[in-house]
Structure formats: structure tokens, C-alpha cells
Design a protein around this ligand. Structure first.
Ligand code: URA
Length: 235
């Protein structure tokens, strides 16, 4: 059981003081009865809570797909830079959201935000080997033998060995690359081994989930149930 005001805050109805005002103004009902005490305890998944006559469809956790723009950092909070949580639209913002996994500040594309710690852990755990697919532009020419080098597992200059990765060369200096781990700056470092600099990087797929092509850079929306599960099936 949770406090009514806390539940309303978690569902994005307003700040703690705003929802307390709503409750005191008799705008909130629980199973048909007006409740005026913010501390009233409810079981949000098994009660009907209405605010100004509108039923709340309670969501314990939120799962959001974002097409991350360059220039924002993959964190919940930062003193200096704008974060991916800062740029969420108001209707998706709620306490506790954080990015499940990281993209560099200058990387764009598919990022999942959630407030479900277990889900985030499953998504980012190196043991799960979930494939992430990136579109890459390089400052120089790719060559065919790199495909087998990626397949064997690239070794960074410091000796760190990467797991086998898939490289699909699409043009002289563009490619798709799929990796199933998330070492710091991994894609950039893999190409650096071949003396190539990544000049544009966009994540387009995580597991079986593709970035929604209709989602413009900087936009975000909730994942459907099917999309959420598709992350963990196939690739
Ligand atoms: N690899 C990188 O180098 N940067 C990213 O943002 C993601 C993968």
C-alpha cells in the first residue's frame, strides 16, 4: 500500500504540493469515495483512482523510447549539461526515470529510459549479450578485410579484447556495426584500431527493437508491450 499523494506524483499528475492541493480540494476519488487525506493508503494496482472524474490507468513503471539528439548526455541529472531526462516531454516526465544504457554526448539514436531498475539491469547486463546496432560514418575508407577482423573480435590498443562483432559495409565510409557489449566508447575505439575516426554515430536497434523511423531526433514516446518484450527476443 502506498500514500495517495505519492501515487499521484508517480503518475505525473503534479508535484507533491500540487497533488496534495488537489486531494484537499476533493478532486480525487478512490473506488468512488472522495478522499481528502494525502496520506491515505491505496493499492494503486487494484483500486480505481480518479482525478477530476478521470480514471488513472496506473503504470507501475514507464518504458520510453527516445531518439536521442547529439549534445545531450545519457544521465538523469547533470550540473552542466542537458540530460536525456531533461528533454523528455512533460507528459512522460516522472521521478525516478533514467537512461537504461548510455550513448556518448555526440551519439544519436535509440535510447531506452525507464524507472524499472530490474528491466534496466537486464538490458545493460554484459552477461545478456544483447546486440546493439549502430550506423556509422567514418572519416576514411573502410576495407573488406575489416569484416573478418570485427568477426574475430577487435583488440584495442591497450590490449582489451572485444567480443565478435558484425560489420556491414554500406559505402566507402559508412557501415552498420553490431556489438553485444557496451565498453566505454566501444564503437569509436574499434574503428580507431584501423586508424578511422567516427564522425557520426547513431544507434538504430537494441536486440529485436528498432528505432521508430517516425520518431524525430529529440522525440520520445512510450514503448508498446510488444516492443518492450522484443528487446529480448532475437536480434
Ligand atoms: N560506442 C561508442 O563509441 N559510442 C556510443 O555512444 C555507443 C557505442
Amino acid at each position: 500500500m502506498e500514500r495517495l499523494d505519492k501515487v499521484l506524483v508517480s503518475q505525473g499528475i503534479g508535484s507533491r504540493s500540487e497533488v496534495q492541493k488537489l486531494i484537499r480540494k476533493k478532486s480525487v476519488t478512490v473506488d468512488g469515495g472522495v478522499i481528502v487525506k494525502p496520506e491515505f493508503k491505496v493499492d494503486p494496482e487494484n483500486t480505481e483512482i480518479k482525478v477530476n472524474g478521470q480514471a488513472l490507468s496506473f503504470k507501475k513503471y514507464l518504458y520510453i523510447m527516445m531518439n536521442k539528439p547529439a549534445g545531450v548526455i545519457s544521465a538523469a541529472k547533470d550540473d552542466k549539461d542537458k540530460t536525456v531526462v531533461d528533454i523528455l516531454p512533460a507528459e512522460l516526465k516522472r521521478k525516478g526515470l533514467f537512461p537504461a544504457g548510455r550513448l556518448d554526448k555526440d551519439t544519436e539514436g535509440l535510447l531506452i529510459l525507464t524507472d524499472d531498475g530490474d528491466f534496466a539491469h537486464k538490458l545493460t547486463s554484459p552477461k545478456k549479450h544483447i546486440y546493439k546496432r549502430y550506423y556509422v560514418k567514418l572519416d576514411g575508407e573502410l576495407y573488406d578485410s575489416m569484416v573478418s577482423e570485427f568477426e574475430k573480435g577487435v583488440e584495442f590498443r591497450d590490449g582489451t579484447k572485444c567480443l565478435p562483432a558484425k560489420l556491414e559495409i554500406t559505402d566507402k565510409n559508412t557501415a552498420y556495426v553490431e556489438i553485444c557489449e557496451g565498453k566505454f566508447h566501444q564503437v569509436k575505439k574499434m574503428f580507431a584500431v584501423f586508424s578511422l575516426n567516427v564522425i557520426y554515430l547513431k544507434r538504430v536497434k537494441i536486440g529485436g527493437l528498432e528505432l521508430d523511423g517516425k520518431l524525430h531526433t529529440g522525440e520520445a514516446r512510450e514503448l508498446t508491450f510488444f516492443e518492450k518484450t522484443s528487446i529480448f527476443i532475437g536480434k
